[in-house]
Design a protein around this ligand. Structure first.
Ligand code: HEC
Length: 140
């Protein structure tokens, strides 16, 4: 009888531990899925993503980026964003910051009030899709 009771307590404890372990595993899976927020991305996770590029193209039209940078980002009032000539080192983050914050003292204003961080990255993906420069110069 005593042995049986011990076994019972033991089984109970084990089951409890099992449940705790299962919860821990589930929690870590949730944390893994909870990826870095778009505003903290260093590189654009949406480059090459057809849906994001299409969305970026829509923002390009709606906001009117084309008015200064051209329909295919070939340049106009603002610089070309499709070739190898950039004002700053053309990392994804630089392009993101230029769109988000703008450039003080120029007519490139920031769009962080009109676009969410994700929408800005969609614009970056669209800009990357227009690149016609030397593939060897891609550093982003
Ligand atoms: C009113 C004209 C105008 C509009 C509209 C405009 N830009 Fe610009 N943009 C500029 C100018 C001018 C510069 C150059 C700023 C400088 O000298 O640093 C620039 C710079 C940039 C740069 C940085 C280029 C580099 O080489 O450093 C990016 C990226 C950019 N614009 C993207 C956009 C996007 C995306 C939009 C739409 C959301 C947009 N721009 C709307 C005028 C404009």
């Amino acid at each position: 009888m005593f042995v049986n009771e011990l076994e019972c307590v033991w089984k109970f404890l084990c089951r409890g531990l099992g449940i705790i372990l299962a919860i821990c595993v589930m929690q870590s899976a949730v944390f893994a899925a909870d990826e870095i927020a778009p505003e903290d991305w260093e590189k654009n996770k949406l480059n090459g993503d057809a849906t994001a590029i299409a969305a970026g193209k829509a923002h390009w039209k709606n906001i009117g980026c084309y008015a200064c940078h051209g329909r295919k980002a070939e340049g106009g009032v603002g610089p070309s964003l499709s070739d190898d000539i950039w004002i700053y080192k053309p990392t994804d983050k630089m392009v993101y910051n230029a769109i988000s914050r703008g450039r003080s003292g120029t007519n490139m204003v920031g769009w962080s009030k009109d676009l969410t961080p994700r929408q800005i990255w969609e614009l970056v993906a669209f800009i990357r899709s227009l690149y016609i420069g030397d593939p060897e110069k891609i550093i982003w």
